[in-house]
Ligand binder design. Structure first.
Ligand SMILES: [Zn+2]
Length: 134
C-alpha cells in the first residue's frame, strides 16, 4: 500500500511540474503579448489567446488532479451483506446490492428450500486503511 501511494505522489509531482511549465509559458506569452501589442497586433492577440488557453488548461488540470487525489484518499469501504439460512445455518457474505435490507427475504436456500434472509449489513474495514492514520 505504501508503494501505491508513493507512485501516486510521483505522478502528481510530474503533473505539477508540467502544469507549472505550461503556466510559466502562458505568463511569458501574456507578457510578450503586452510588449508586442502596439506594433504587432495580430501576433499579440495570438499570444494572448495562447496564454489564456494554456493558463485555463493548467488550472483545469490542477483542479482535476486535486479532485482525483482527494477521491483516492477517501476510498469508500465496501459494504457487505450477510445472507443466512436460519434452518441449516448457512452463512454467505456478498457485496451489498441496491435494495438490500436486514431481514429481507431472498432466494430459497439450496439445501432446504426455505427462504434465506439478510441478517447483517456492514461496512468492511480493511486493516491497511488503519495505517493511513486518517
Ligand atoms: Zn437452508
Amino acid at each position: 500500500m505504501s508503494q501505491n501511494s508513493s507512485s501516486a505522489t510521483k505522478i502528481s509531482t510530474y503533473l505539477m511540474m508540467i502544469v507549472l511549465i505550461v503556466l510559466a509559458l502562458a505568463i511569458i506569452a501574456l507578457v510578450s503579448a503586452a510588449y508586442m501589442y502596439p506594433s504587432n497586433l495580430e501576433f499579440a492577440l495570438f499570444l494572448l489567446a495562447t496564454g489564456v488557453i494554456a493558463m485555463g488548461l493548467s488550472v483545469y488540470v490542477l483542479l482535476q488532479s486535486r479532485k482525483r487525489m482527494a477521491s483516492m484518499k477517501i476510498e469508500a469501504p465496501k459494504v457487505m451483506t450477510t445472507v443466512e439460512c436460519r434452518k441449516c445455518n448457512i452463512k454467505n457474505v456478498r457485496e451489498f446490492q441496491r435494495g438490500d435490507y436486514v431481514f429481507k427475504d431472498l432466494e430459497p436456500c439450496q439445501k432446504c428450500n426455505d427462504n434465506m434472509i439478510i441478517t447483517a449489513i456492514y461496512k468492511e474495514v480493511k486493516e491497511k486503511e488503519k495505517t493511513y492514520g486518517v
